[in-house]
Design a protein around this ligand. Structure first.
Ligand code: F6P
Length: 364
């Protein structure tokens, strides 16, 4: 019997369970494969006692439309920076990757599929360099991985953000207000840009294009006549004013490397008030609602495709690669290439041109 281990790492994302189910279903068509899941990314392997579960068809039955991940996840720590508490109460990060690889050998794990975003795939690449038979599957609502046309989870987040724009429009119009809808995406403005186009927002601010607050004011003023009017601004959590910086809180959680972004919608209201914009403004921070709940059909299909292909890459021993979608095909991309450059919005992107063509102000 051969053994495959699945891990889900980083933030949860709609479609994770659909990928797990697809891998398990495809593996069950081979007589000689058993699939295991590590609980909370690789923490399940590193913990004593080990926390793993057997994933069979019964276990994954009906999970394709469930949000989250049945094997849990984490965006803290990991095999290369395992947090250890010192005697004085402080924390240090310890590299436990060699120990983990030894443990996987001892457990007779023949291959690993790591489902995760940029941080998780960096871990995959480092483990591959240490000799582990590993394959990556691109997960993230941010859509910031460049070697795949799209990551699973992204379209569900766009759908949720778009429905939120639709809802805010009704209140904005009824109250003659401006609403700032803050969406996720970290350094990438894809969720904001797509939701602004789909929802018909007036302004869209993204991290790739620091905004000129006077241009934002100008675009909003155009929406008001004799005090009447309304507007919706979709602002990415990583957006910031020209000459300024992203708004974030330093994260003190042990092993958490990322800055916790958030607060730009409220900041934008202050900035507009400071330059004399007088209309009624409110902010809505969408936050983790974008990551929870059921994946839309598009993401379930994409997740199924990724899962089946990833297992077939295992069968073909195509290790050190990430499965990627390049319409209409699914291809295996070296992990090194997959993590080399992030997928960010550029000024020549067709959706940017479409947004401008629709009259959406990007604040530049
Ligand atoms: O990378 C996915 C993401 O949802 C980002 O859009 C966001 O900045 C971050 O994760 C939030 O992470 P956490 O769940 O740790 O707050």
């Amino acid at each position: 019997m051969k053994r495959l281990l699945i891990a889900t790492g980083g933030g949860d994302c709609p479609g994770l369970n659909a990928v797990i189910r697809a891998i398990v279903h495809r593996a069950s068509q081979e007589d000689d494969w058993e699939v295991l899941g590590s609980i909370q990314a690789f923490n399940g392997i590193l913990r004593e006692p080990t926390e793993i579960v057997v994933l069979d068809n019964k276990m994954v039955s009906g999970i394709h439309f469930q949000g989250g991940t049945i094997i849990e996840t984490t965006n803290k720590g990991g095999p290369f920076s395992w947090p250890v508490k010192e005697k004085d109460g402080s924390w240090t990060a310890v590299d436990r990757s060699d120990e983990m690889i030894r443990k996987l050998k001892y457990m007779n794990i023949d291959a690993v599929i790591n489902i995760g975003g940029d941080g998780s795939q960096e871990i995959s690449q480092k483990l591959y360099e240490k000799g582990l038979n590993i394959i990556g599957v691109p997960k993230t609502i941010d859509n910031d991985l460049s070697s795949t046309d799209t990551t699973f989870g992204f379209q569900t987040a766009v759908q949720i953000a778009t429905e939120s724009v639709d809802k805010l429009v009704t209140t904005a119009a009824s109250h003659n207000r401006v609403f700032m809808l803050e969406v996720m995406g970290r350094n990438a403005g894809w969720i904001a840009l797509n939701a602004a186009v789909a929802g018909g927002a007036e302004v869209c601010l993204i991290p790739e294009f620091p905004y000129d607050i006077y241009k934002v004011k100008e675009a909003l003023e155009k929406r008001f006549h004799h005090g009447r009017g309304f507007a919706v601004v979709v602002v990415s959590e990583g957006a910031y004013i020209q000459g300024g910086h992203m708004i974030y809180q330093e994260n003190k959680e042990v092993g958490y490397k990322n800055k916790r972004l958030g607060g730009i919608a409220a900041q934008l209201i202050k900035e507009l008030q400071e330059i004399g914009f007088q209309h009624d403004m409110r902010e809505t921070v969408l936050g983790h609602l974008q990551r929870g709940g059921v994946p839309i059909a598009y993401d379930r299909v994409l997740s199924a495709q990724f899962g089946v292909r990833a297992f077939e890459m295992v069968l073909n021993q195509n290790f050190g690669k990430m499965v990627a979608y390049r319409h209409p095909n699914f291809v295996a991309v070296p992990l090194k290439e997959a993590i080399a450059t992030p997928n960010l919005v550029t000024s020549d992107n067709s959706l940017v041109k479409t947004a401008k063509g629709l009259g959406i102000s990007l604040g530049i």
